[in-house]
Ligand binder design. Structure first.
Ligand code: DLL
Length: 433
């Protein structure tokens, strides 16, 4: 039983999960209908009252909610409880347009902490662990989420926040951190920095819980090998609470969605039609246990697949695949869909660190795709002609993966600016024209 934080929930039967979802969905629909004018008006427009939603089978009748709706309703338009009952906000980074602000009551924070505690336990965590959290703290949900989960579990929590790599490594060595929580790109950077300083033997990490941005299987192997740990994926979004909406278990074949709190659907991003299990499409979430900010049918824009195949870990909650990109930031270059994960796969297969930047321009009405890739320190000593040959090799490999031509420029190690939060992979200059 020590493999689970809440076995009676995480290993419940499908019937029990469905029963919870039916009851909680009806309660949440009633709650938002009574308390949020925005929902009430949108349901009324469709001729719906809360009585029309009797179970999960009726979910498809409800309208979708998008990020644009959340921005329209900023800041208080979707708040479903009195402000005096709220104890926290978190917010998205809001690089374009208005930020999205999510509200939490103490009850909402407790459930969020439980979800993150489940993720830490699934990665092998116990109260004997030292959990090193270097996701950002503050408005970003990464730091507060994993921090709360680690507290709930009773582990010693290091609230490091992001940045200051020297201090991260010093604490990791001095306090013997055992579980590392950060973005996968920062994990790789930390790994390289630890190796460079000759401190690989001085660290006691056994597992990492990495998410908040897309990362490939190749990147997982790279991190696992460099740090000598098992690397687990964790997924979530501010609108639905933060990290811990889903998380990986020992099987590492997808992330269990905390179905007692969230109902997941996969839809066709073009038509909005609900797709059967196993088909690839856009992930949509309905939160069914929240008081302050429950969202009904929120379109995440993340593209993935759901699976109810039994899992060897014993958990019964549905699994989602790693997001295969987003339906909105998927690049269309020369009419071809390009996902950064495809480029990353090619780079890592060829032995490059996953530090790269994709630059898209439009020249004389035609798109260009340029990729800057950091070399490893060994490659850096290569001759000019060797570098040119390597660039050519990458151009060919990318052409066969993407179906289009991209230029490749190999740059010196550590020249692509590291972000302390999510990695900035794409610079799409076409938006400026
Ligand atoms: O990134 C929450 C989080 C923090 C998740 C820490 C995991 C760890 P937002 O800033 O609102 O929230 O961004 C949410 O990030 O819709 C996905 O596109 C992407 N994302 C999150 N986790 C993963 C993951 C946090 N494991 C958006 N793999 C989501 C791929 C991810 N993409």
């Amino acid at each position: 039983m020590e493999n689970y934080f809440q076995p009676e929930i995480e290993c419940a039967s499908q019937e029990q999960i469905r029963k919870w979802q039916d009851e909680r969905l009806c309660k949440t629909v009633r709650h938002v209908y009574d308390n949020v004018a925005y929902y009430r008006e949108r349901m009324q427009k469709k001729g719906l009252t809360p009585e029309d939603i009797k179970s999960v089978d009726d979910l498809h009748k409800l309208p979708f909610l998008t990020k644009a709706d959340l921005r329209d309703a900023y800041p208080y338009g979707l708040l479903a409880c009195p402000l005096r009952d709220c104890v926290r906000i978190q917010s998205t980074s809001g690089t374009t347009g208005r930020r999205v602000v999510a509200f939490y009551t103490q009850h909402d924070l407790d459930l969020w902490d439980e979800c993150c505690a489940r993720a830490i336990v699934a990665a092998g965590g116990t109260r004997d662990d030292v959990v090193h959290v270097c996701y950002g703290y503050g408005l970003f949900t990464g730091g507060p989420g994993l921090n709360g989960g680690s507290h709930k579990l009773g582990s010693l929590t290091l609230p490091m926040s992001s940045g200051n790599t020297d201090r991260q490594i010093q604490f990791m060595v001095d306090l013997q951190s055992t579980i590392l929580c950060c973005t996968p790109s920062y994990a790789l950077y930390l790994a390289e920095s630890i190796i460079e300083r000759g401190l690989r033997d001085k660290i006691k990490l056994k597992a990492g819980i990495f998410g908040a941005e897309a990362w490939s299987e190749e990147m997982r192997h790279d991190i696992e090998q460099k740090l000598g740990i098992k690397a687990y994926d964790i997924y979530g979004l501010t609108e639905i609470s933060g990290p811990g909406v889903s998380f990986e278990c020992s099987e590492q074949t997808g992330m269990h969605i905390n179905e007692d709190n969230f109902i997941a659907e996969i839809i066709d991003p073009e038509t909005g039609e609900v797709l059967p299990e196993g088909e690839k499409g856009e992930l949509v979430f309905t939160s069914i246990t929240k008081e302050a900010f429950p969202l009904l049918r929120y379109r995440t824009r993340d593209i993935c697949v759901l699976s109810r195949k039994p899992c060897s870990c014993g958990r019964t909650h549905v699994k989602m695949s790693k997001p295969m990109g987003r339906s909105d930031d998927m690049l269309i270059v020369k009419g071809v869909n390009v996902f950064p994960s495809q480029i990353e796969t090619v780079l890592i297969n060829k032995g490059y660190p996953a530090n790269y930047q994709i630059i898209v321009n439009r020249v004389k009405n035609s798109d260009t795709l340029d990729i800057q890739v950091e070399m490893t320190s060994e490659m850096f000593s290569d001759s000019m002609s060797q570098v040119t040959a390597k660039e050519k090799e990458l151009v060919d490999a990318l052409k066969s993966m993407l179906g289009i031509y991209a230029t490749v420029k190999l740059v010196a190690p550590k020249t692509i600016v590291r972000s302390e939060g999510k990695a900035v992979r794409i610079i799409d200059n076409r938006k400026l024209y």
